[in-house]
Design a protein around this ligand. Structure first.
Ligand SMILES: [Zn+2]
Ligand SMILES: [Zn+2]
Length: 169
């Protein structure tokens, strides 16, 4: 479905180019309305209902989304990104699988704070009578970071000494 010029203009004025240092790409971050999960939404000119912007952009710039497929932000893992080349159609199953895998490998929280040992809060929850842990960001939760332990200091000192030795004293 070709988009109207007005819809395209609205799309262009609502995006901001934001460098994603972790993934070494530049995202088009939506500045307008977002919904649960961080996905962007707007109502294109002439359309009755609101649509998800990344889906709209994909169909406008690349082509129809195959029936039954979802768009996966495979490039940047940023739900609010609407750059058509940062998403690809996948099955719902593939999407969930990759999202799970990605969560375990995240190095930063969604606000960009590193999941360092000190900044990580392991939240214990119970699902179907089984406890499991999820990583939460201490900075975002507003709880103190873990103190630097003696062990960490010793390691750092050792590292420093090793470096000096390697550098010839
Ligand atoms: Zn992106
Ligand atoms: Zn954070």
């Amino acid at each position: 479905m070709p988009a109207s010029t007005i819809a395209l203009e609205r799309f262009q004025t609502n995006i901001k180019l934001v460098p994603n240092f972790e993934r070494k790409c530049v995202c088009w971050i939506w500045q307008g309305e977002t919904v649960k999960g961080g996905y962007a939404r707007f109502r294109p000119e002439g359309s009755e209902k609101k649509v998800l912007v990344h889906r709209w952009a994909y169909e406008h710039f690349i082509g129809p989304i195959p029936a039954g497929k979802e768009l996966d932000h495979f490039r940047c893992d940023t739900p609010g990104c609407v750059k058509p080349t940062h998403v690809r159609p996948v099955t719902a199953l593939e999407n969930t699988h990759r999202a799970k895998h990605h969560n375990a490998n995240k190095t930063h929280c969604k606000h960009g704070h590193a999941f360092s040992r000190r900044n990580t809060y392991w939240q214990v929850s119970v699902k179907r009578e089984k406890p499991y842990q999820t990583r939460r960001c201490r900075t975002c939760l507003g709880i103190p970071l873990l103190p630097v332990t003696l062990a960490t200091l010793t390691t750092r000192r050792q590292q420093w000494q090793d470096d000096r030795t390697a550098a010839g004293g």
